[in-house]
Design a binder for this molecule. Structure first.
Ligand code: SF4
Length: 129
């Protein structure tokens, strides 16, 4: 069990995630899942070692810091893996793969509807997600 029911919001059950644990039920190939569970790709991220790491990526929408984070993400070589990790782990806050929480919502919904993470990423890379 990776989540515990904690309350309701908009008529939906709100689940509190356990950090670092993949969300139950996400369909994902074994190679992608294994890759996401390593640190190697994270060390290639443009945010790694950035002076404001953790601050820009969690700054309020529309702020200068938020825009700076998005600019770095746009040219990040591991952008797709970063987004995949956020989706696999149910990240609720911050910018991952250049997308904020609201922008990730349609992808989260597709995962909940049974889409495979690998396919979702392919669509997203092709601009269809
Ligand atoms: S996409 Fe953005 S948040 Fe993700 S690793 Fe790259 S720079 Fe960091």
């Amino acid at each position: 069990m990776t989540r515990a029911k904690t309350g309701t919001s908009d008529g939906q059950a709100v689940m509190q995630r356990l950090y670092g644990v993949p969300v139950e039920g996400v369909r994902c190939s074994s190679p992608l899942r294994s890759r996401l569970m390593t640190w190697a790709w994270r060390l290639r991220g443009r945010c790694t070692g950035a002076p404001a790491f953790g601050r820009w990526w969690f700054a309020p929408e529309g702020s200068k810091a938020n825009a700076r984070a998005r600019r770095l993400c746009a040219s990040c070589p591991v952008r797709q893996l970063c987004l995949a990790s956020a989706l696999l782990h149910g990240e609720e806050f911050g910018i991952w793969g250049g997308l904020g929480p609201r922008e990730r919502l349609p992808l989260v919904r597709r995962l909940r509807d049974g889409a495979r993470l690998d396919d979702l990423l392919e669509d997203w890379s092709a601009g269809a997600a």
